[in-house]
Design a protein around this ligand. Sequence first.
Ligand SMILES: Cc1cc2nc3c(=O)[nH]c(=O)nc-3n(C[C@H](O)[C@H](O)[C@H](O)COP(=O)(O)OP(=O)(O)OC[C@H]3O[C@@H](n4cnc5c(N)ncnc54)[C@H](O)[C@@H]3O)c2cc1C
Ligand SMILES: *[C@@H]1O[C@H](CO)[C@@H](O)[C@H](O)[C@H]1NC(C)=O
Ligand SMILES: *[C@@H]1O[C@H](CO)[C@@H](O)[C@H](O)[C@H]1NC(C)=O
Length: 611
Amino acid sequence: MVVPGLGATSVLTSLGLFGSGIWMIPLLLSTYYRYDRVDPESKPIDQQNLLPEYDFIIIGGGSAGAVVANRLTENPKHSVLLIEAGPDENEVTDVPSFSAYLQLSNFDYAYKTTPQSRACLGMVNNRCNWPRGKVLGGSSVLNYMVYVRGNKNDFDHWGNLGNPGWDYKSVLPYFLKSEDNRNPYLARSPYHATGGYLTVQEAPWHTPLVAAFVEAGTELGYENRDINSDKQSGYMIAQGTIRRGSRCSTGKAFVRPIRLRPNFHLALNAFVTKIEIDPTTKRAWGVEFVRHNRKQVIRARREVILSAGALNSPQILMLSGIGPRDHLQAMGIPIIKDLPVGNNLMDHLGFGGLTFIVDKPVAILQNKLPAAAATTAYVLNESGNGGLEGIAFVNTIYANQTLDWPDIQFHMAPASINSDGGAQVWKILGLKPEVYKEMWAPLHDTYTWTIMPLLLRPKSRGWVRLQSKNPFVPPLMNPNYFDDPLDMLTMIDGAKIALRTAAAKVFKQFGTRLYQKPLPPCKHLPFLSDEYLECGIRTVSMTIYHQSGTAKMGPPSDPEAVVDPRLRVYGIKGLRVIDASIMPQVVSGNTNAAVIMIGEKGADLVKEDWR
Ligand SMILES: Cc1cc2nc3c(=O)[nH]c(=O)nc-3n(C[C@H](O)[C@H](O)[C@H](O)COP(=O)(O)OP(=O)(O)OC[C@H]3O[C@@H](n4cnc5c(N)ncnc54)[C@H](O)[C@@H]3O)c2cc1C
Ligand SMILES: *[C@@H]1O[C@H](CO)[C@@H](O)[C@H](O)[C@H]1NC(C)=O
Ligand SMILES: *[C@@H]1O[C@H](CO)[C@@H](O)[C@H](O)[C@H]1NC(C)=O
């Protein structure tokens, strides 16, 4: 989901990201306020003099890796090195409303899918953009900060697949362990906790549209509920990983507080090229990486822990000789273990083409934010979910109505693709210029908002493979969106529920109506017919960046499993994967919270095994 926050292209340029100008003023002010208000903790220490050997080496300091580093170093007897390809985050990444501007910057790997035949058809070369964080905190530094855990049934399903210890009852304590919820009404609930490292709260400020959104849900028969409890169907105002208006990345939450632990070293700007594995004993004994143009190898006495995310973890495994035999042979990489690495790739895809117009200035519109003062208020107050205000979980006609296991999620934003006046959002989506110009450029001065329906449990599966033996060349990534026809049918019905939501009585007060212009490639189809919606979904396919599943967790009997339920790579000693890759089925919700839970639980498994 891409939402234009406060687009300040010029500010970001002057800070090394983009341009220059009056937008500087609000940014500087907001920076000042944040330092005054927030987080006295200092920056992490980027260790230059590394030891030749550590007990544990963690590859990747993202959502999961940051948590693992924190928990393993709780035991002073364990020495830990965390290797992260990117730098530390900065003042810009702190500001929630700048989220969209971090994409395509130096903090982003700026990946793209392979050309798709059934989706991403409105994007240049039919390729969807896949941003990933190259920075301490990983994708939690680029993300929209929405805090959603997934459905109780997701975890019970993981357990039923033969993964003891991953059912809902077993994982709930790990969600609670991380959490410091700052909303008293939530903190009192048995499903939330205070005192953890990760700050969670509702945005301090939001537009009137989101209250209407929640009320519209009740008109449709859905409850207004905490969807992070044991029931999920319903509408609510989003909770976010934010700390007093600033982004709470996992770098900030989990790594900054431990920067002075003597058993902890952090190496930033260090790019891992290979895990060293003894081909005879099949034991992972070290990690090779490039830092300041110099190749180094550091030994791991006990374990190497791979937390490079669902795209780079499979890449690093394959580069190290663990992967599908035929593929490694074709790439000329000596095989250490034949495993289905890179299969089972899943993502959450949404439809970004439902634009609703309002007559009142209740939505975000960059062209109509006049003075610097207003902008400042906005930067400070909008702070929350990067502009993403409402969340809902609904059941299409294809969902099992006796279970509380919705198949569609809504993201509601008080803005649409046009709302930043064409500054950034269409570019980060990779939209074809002609599609953007015809469809959204006419709305540059119009207040609009959107509901994006998202497919929660896709049946389609994609893959990650190497494009080159060169570790600096990105892998090939094919999500195979809409390979299974049920995925499209579910999305079409989801889009209809979104249209019914926006047609609710409560939205009349703003003069809400659907933007009636048909999407350019779909003009020949009857407007809003199933065929039209299908065409629209294939055209404005918007990923919400929940890539997962590429080093699947499963029992030995599962031919697609790469790691066992203790997250150990099958057939290799001293090597685990702990990140979004291990999800056997993607959770029904945004993935950051579940990945942090995987980090918490994974670290406990490691500690148990080395007690
Ligand atoms: C733009 C965007 C918006 C999102 N919005 C939300 C949201 O609102 N809510 C939500 O819940 N989820 C959201 N997500 C998804 C969520 O952030 C991810 O699922 C989660 O961060 C993944 O965690 P991870 O630990 O698996 O991988 P990452 O967090 O991506 O961590 C991987 C880390 O490994 C490092 N790494 C990779 N390769 C190497 C290498 N060779 N050497 C050294 N280090 C390496 C990377 O630099 C990175 O720091 C969003 C994601 C994106 C990209
Ligand atoms: C910002 O939000 C606070 C409430 O959190 C409110 O009191 C204040 O008036 C808002 N400021 C502006 C300029 O909107
Ligand atoms: C729906 O779920 C219930 C409970 O698990 C199950 O008994 C039933 O068979 C399911 N119905 C369908 C149509 O799958």
